[in-house]
Write a protein that binds this ligand. Structure first.
Ligand code: ADP
Length: 559
């Protein structure tokens, strides 16, 4: 006799067609790969191509009570990739719903489907005359714009609060019913321009949750500014770290600096620029301070570095540049970049690189880079990517950091850490934007990293002028069972630390979901009550962010 799952898969196959479903174990294993330890095995990967097919799929799932795990591109690396929380779920990938339905130049927004990627949106806007810029992350260019926004991801430009810049959602509820947020009549002319609609604001319910599948959304875009400068700041002395954060907060509160500044420690810079120097480890499994200091010298890397952009009219950029210079100059080195300078760097770097392989020219090349430009070639290489991403041009350049400790050769293209078995957890507590709060938390976190034998990898992402995300990566080698275990223990301890310090995470990886709201039972109860109302059979992404776990029954039945 067939199990409910087997019957459901047969029905889905007959509705959507053979080409839209993968159930063979090898393909399912490949698609399930995840940078976290021990991925949960999905039963199938299904690729609907229309709302009608999504509805049919959900009706079948309800009929047979089988869980469905929606994702847009499934590149949520470090948090869970395309991996379902429950074994035996049907993963519904929305990559084929990839239309850019509208670009409104006057009101600066686009309407897109979930399969639209950063690369695609950026290329489309360029082909339309480059009048609007879309934000992107420093993650995968082929990640989904909507998938990241629904997880409340953070980008690079003043439009970097991705969920904050969504406006007007179309949603298929678990029952298969389609709704539009905003409370207006269908096709309301301000659906994508007025975020709050009329009546209760419901859009937040569909982010970091499991109440529906988002099939369309308005995304606000930045009109290309008259002037744009990026700049890189390198802190001279680690002791000034807290003071510089306070300066940045003041500049962000005054709106001199856009938010979404990313400030990285020396270890992150090294992870982007090179491979892990295992040969320099001494009697421990993380790099001693003096080794990091030596590598900093070699690569021209500061204890902390950040880059951001200045956008506006020529006059605004000129004034803000002068304010930034005055505020930050006492603490480190500032390098302003514009399109012309970046073009020059892009032309010169290949020459300098080539010169290094000729014995007579190598010293000259080294002198130009070290003496004249006070930098390293590796750092120079990064300049065009830094300048580009701050205009929303996606790149694979930064994602390569996930291969820092991996045996796998670091690819220049088609970067895919989940496929290539890289080990990566993201841990992302949100902290008040003060030098003192951030320094105190990082000191304790560093103790936990070292206790478990890992280097502290931290990028501070300015979420808004009042809060900062301390985004930490645990990079581990999956083939080393002991290291993998230590990585899981470290992640668990960090999650506990956040709560004991009175903070919370801004976004959480799958292993954290079970206990995420242990200290907020009333909040969880309300979420579960809403879940029962919209999804009585608990078929949609049960367990996502801990919601719907109270009525989960084990879905272990396999084909
Ligand atoms: P990306 O490829 O941009 O990293 P994903 O497609 O992996 O994004 O999405 C991240 C998470 O967001 C998914 O695991 C899922 O929980 C949720 N999600 C993504 N897209 C949708 C959607 N269209 N509707 C509902 N939830 C979604």
């Amino acid at each position: 006799m067939r199990t409910p799952l087997q019957t459901a898969l047969l029905e889905i196959r007959s509705c959507l067609g053979e080409a839209s479903i993968h159930t063979d174990p090898e393909t399912v294993e490949r698609l399930s790969r995840c940078t976290l330890p021990l991925p949960n095995r999905a039963a199938a990967f299904v690729y609907p191509s229309s709302i009608d097919e999504i509805q049919q799929l959900l009706i079948i799932a309800n009929r047979h009570r089988v869980p469905v795990w929606p994702c847009s591109q499934g590149r949520n690396w470090g948090y869970g990739s395309a991996n379902p929380f429950l074994e035996g779920s049907i993963v519904m990938v929305l990559a084929r719903l990839n239309h850019i339905l509208e670009v409104n130049e006057t009101l600066a927004y686009a309407v897109i489907e979930p399969g639209v990627t950063y690369r695609q949106l950026n290329a489309h806007l360029k082909s339309q005359g480059d009048k609007l810029w879309a934000d992107c992350t420093d993650g995968p260019p082929d990640g989904s714009v909507l998938g990241n926004a629904l997880e409340r991801g953070i980008g690079e430009t003043p439009y970097g609060d991705h969920f904050g810049n969504l406006c007007g959602l179309e949603i298929v509820l678990p029952s298969g019913e389609v709704i539009h947020t905003g409370g207006g009549p269908p096709g309301s002319k301000t659906w994508h321009t007025h975020k709050w609609g009329i009546g209760p604001y419901l859009e937040g319910l569909f982010s970091q949750s499991n109440f529906g599948v988002v099939t369309k959304a308005g995304v606000w875009l930045m009109p290309r500014p008259e002037a744009y400068n990026s700049f890189v700041f390198q802190l001279s002395w680690a002791k000034d770290f807290g003071r510089v954060l306070d300066v940045l907060r003041a500049l962000a509160l005054q709106r001199v600096l856009p938010t979404t500044i990313h400030m990285i420690n020396a270890f992150v810079s090294l992870a982007v620029l090179t491979r892990y120097p295992f040969h320099l480890l001494q009697d421990q499994t993380f790099l001693p301070e003096e080794v990091i200091a030596r590598l900093q010298q070699e690569y021209g890397v500061a204890p902390w570095t950040f880059s951001t952009g200045l956008y506006g009219t020529r006059a605004q950029v000129r004034v803000n540049r002068a304010i930034v210079k005055k505020a930050l100059k006492p603490y480190g080195r500032l390098e302003f970049l514009d399109d012309r300078k970046v073009r020059w760097v892009s032309q010169v770097v290949p020459w300098l690189k080539r010169a290094q392989s000729y014995p007579l020219l190598a010293p000259l090349s080294r002198w130009v880079v070290r003496g004249g430009l006070r930098s390293s070639l590796a750092l120079f290489d990064a300049v065009p990517y830094i300048h580009g991403i701050l205009k929303g041009i996606p790149t694979e350049y930064f994602v390569r950091h996930a291969y820092f400790k991996s045996n796998h050769p670091r690819p220049d293209q088609d970067v895919h850490p989940a496929r290539d078995s890289c080990g990566l957890f993201w841990f992302a507590p949100i902290l008040p934007f003060t030098g003192q709060a951030v320094s105190e938390f990082l000191n304790v976190a560093q103790g936990l990293f070292h206790e478990q034998g890992f280097d502290l990898y931290v990028a501070l992402l300015v979420m808004n002028p009042r809060s900062i995300v301390a985004l930490m990566a645990i990079l581990y080698r999956k083939e080393d069972a002991a290291e993998t275990h230590r990585a899981s223990v470290l992640y668990e301890r960090l999650c506990a630390l956040v709560l004991s310090e009175g903070y919370q995470q801004y976004r959480a990886a799958m292993p954290a979901w079970r206990g995420l709201f242990d200290q907020a039972p009333g909040f969880l109860k309300l979420c579960d009550t809403l879940k029962s109302a919209v999804d009585p059979n608990n078929i949609m992404a049960p367990g996502h962010y801990g919601i719907g776990l109270s009525h989960v029954r084990p879905h272990k039945d396999t084909q």
